[in-house]
Design a protein. Structure first.
Length: 633
């Protein structure tokens, strides 16, 4: 064998090829690690500047705010911050931020800009200025960020009809008339250029992206709950003037050896929900509170008050671990029956019947045992459910969404968990009997499901389903019309890797087809998600030797997003998602453009036309517990 042939054999041997791959891979991984480290350091520097800025605004200290700006600050076109009235109704005013007197700005102009605005603020009760994303890195000493200013408080009310709120001298804005005090909330998104001069990061340029201020007298809604002191632990409390005295309780099973959620303990604090239903067909909506120990049904008495009708309606006084109540007419007799989804016990099914002792009243009779809905095991793990006629046979079926078993399991990853207990599609066979057809329907949803919504997005006459999963990823399940479903998330553009907590359908743009809104998490640490990309997780998997165990998850992610993993961490915590339907079977994510992804951990959402203007509005409930630090968001 010649020397040339020997060299060829040596360099083409599997061992050498593997060595080369490892060396190149290590270099690439080191580059990823270095880039992530640089991004993290820049984020921390930006947070420090924004924290000092926030403190200055909160204390109306223009000098402290101005100290955040570089002496060489320059912007070719900037102006004084102004609020322009956009709408006024029911005592609530909505202003859009604009720039007044636009011109080239230097640091002196910024000082006047800040001073003018601070004089309009009044009393700031809560303030946050958070880093949203790092948009561009110009070098180790220069980068561009997007940041979010959030202020709440009270200020002098103005009868200016929408005049800009900028000082022109004296103590009041131009044209302003005093109308007492009003509460306000301001949210502004800025683009900011940061440069380090001698180790100190300063703002060298800024742009107003968008901003809004909402003011009001807080008289639009009245809290009918009593406000005297009560002991939450004991459940003793004030009586509501509306007659509702419900107090949520933690599932007592979680404090027993059999159900101690030692692996994922936080599950104890996230139970239950509320349902509105006219269970007795008297024309008034009643209210059902799911609960960890004692769910309650309150009957609407038609005079603005409610009465606890739990026992009268035949429901048990004590039911452990009820997370959701679905009220639907499962037997087509004109009255709504009840499916109660449970976590640490079996779920239950109740038939709505006439009260034999009072024909004018309705009550529930349990029919669980013969219903076929019982899942084998010591718990059902159901946290959400929805009813719909998916097979168009004239009766309502049930889709039950489940979480994980907190006694044994944690979410496998922070971005793509698939180790839930598995959801179920229960087909209504009639006469209160259901069959689990999950497998034959082609559904394999094992995410940690918190939201389920039905809607015919492709207008083909059968109902499709959007499933929102915690710890990523959500799924759009297209109904094939033959009893089966196909995951259409990727092909339709509705793939959402966020921390899905609810989903709802509605025609937001009034174009005749259904759009999707999903509540997710928009964290103040979103910027850090830019550093904590999937590349970083891959690196950790390699170092810890779990790459082969994690490979199925990475393979599935690759199938959805390809090789562009740089922005995955950022996308995961970008917040609520609004997907517009183009009528051709595709969706476009317009969350950012529509300003529909506010900061927060949104546990639920719905669409409805609250102001009767013909457009669908969105209500999202922010349910997480924030820390006491004003730096948190």
């Amino acid at each position: 064998m010649s020397k040339r042939q020997k060299r060829f054999v040596f360099y083409s041997s599997p061992l050498v090829v593997l060595l080369v791959v490892l060396l190149v891979g290590r270099a690439k991984l080191n580059e990823i690690e270095a880039n992530a480290q640089q991004l993290a350091q820049m984020g921390q520097a930006a947070q420090k500047v924004l924290g000092e800025y926030r403190a200055g605004v909160a204390n109306a200290d223009a000098f402290k705010v101005l100290a955040c700006y570089d002496d060489k600050y320059a912007n070719e076109r900037d102006g004084f911050w102004a609020e322009q009235l956009q709408s006024e109704r029911d005592g609530v005013r909505v202003y859009e931020w604009k720039l007044a007197d636009s011109k080239p700005f230097g640091k002196r102009d910024v000082g006047e800009q800040v001073s003018r605005y601070l004089q309009t603020l009044g009393k700031v009760e809560e303030s946050k200025f958070k880093l949203d994303t790092i948009e561009k890195i110009n070098g180790p000493q220069s980068y561009v960020i997007r940041s979010f200013l959030w202020l709440r408080g009270r200020r002098e009310a103005r009868g200016d009809g929408g005049a800009v709120l900028v000082k022109t001298g004296g103590d009041k804005p131009a044209g302003a008339a005093t109308r007492g005090e009003e509460t306000f909330e301001t949210q502004v998104l800025f683009r900011i250029w940061l440069d380090a001069d001698g180790g100190n990061w300063k703002i060298t340029r800024q742009e107003l992206i968008r901003g809004a201020t909402v003011t009001g007298d807080r008289k639009g809604f009245t809290d009918l709950w009593g406000h005297k002191n009560f002991d939450a632990a004991a459940g003793d409390g004030a009586a509501s003037s509306a007659g509702i005295d419900f107090s949520s309780k933690v599932n007592p099973n979680f404090f027993t050896p059999a159900w101690n959620p030692k692996t994922f303990e936080i599950i104890k604090y996230g139970p239950a929900g509320v349902s509105a239903t006219d269970y007795d067909n008297d024309g008034w909506y009643d209210i059902f509170f799911a609960d960890g120990e004692r769910p309650r049904l309150y009957r609407n008495q038609g005079d603005g008050t409610f009465a606890d009708a739990t026992a009268q309606a035949g429901l048990p006084d004590r039911m452990i671990g009820v997370n959701v109540g679905i009220f639907a007419d499962f037997d087509n007799d004109g009255y709504k029956d009840a499916f109660l989804g449970c976590f640490t016990d079996r779920s239950r099914l109740f038939k709505n019947v006439a009260d034999p002792q009072n024909a004018s009243r309705r009550k529930f009779v349990e029919v669980t045992d013969a219903s076929g809905i019982i899942k084998k095991g010591d718990g059902d793990f159901v946290v959400v459910a929805s009813a719909a006629d998916y097979d168009n046979d004239g009766d309502l079926d049930i889709y039950a969404g489940r979480y994980l078993d907190p006694r044994r399991n944690l979410p496998t990853t922070l971005f793509y968990t698939r180790n839930g207990e598995g959801n179920s599609l229960l087909r209504n066979d009639g006469d209160f009997h259901f069959t689990d057809v999950t497998k034959q329907a082609g559904i394999n949803e094992t995410g940690l499901t918190l939201g389920v919504a039905w809607g015919d997005y492709d207008s083909d006459g059968d109902l499709d389903m959007y499933v929102a999963n915690d710890f990523g990823r959500d799924a759009l399940l297209r109904n094939n019309g033959d009893g089966t479903f196909t995951d259409a998330s990727k092909e339709t553009g509705a793939f959402d890797p966020g921390y899905g907590m609810s989903s709802t359908w509605g025609d937001v743009d009034n174009d005749g087809d259904l759009d999707i809104y999903v509540s997710d998490v928009h964290s103040g640490q979103r910027w850090y998600g830019q550093a904590a990309t999937l590349h970083k997780y891959l690196l950790t998997s390699l170092r810890q030797g779990t790459i082969f165990e994690d490979l199925p998850v990475y393979r599935e992610i690759y199938d959805h997003v390809g090789s562009d993993w740089k922005s995955y961490g950022d996308t995961t915590v970008k917040g609520n998602a609004l997907y517009l339907n183009d009528g051709q079977g595709k969706f476009k994510d317009v969350s950012e453009a529509a300003n529909a992804n506010p900061y927060g951990w949104y546990w639920s959402s719905t669409m409805f036309d609250y102001d009767n203007d013909g457009d669908q509005d969105i209500y999202a409930a922010n349910g997480w517990i924030t820390s006491k630090s004003t730096e948190d968001l």
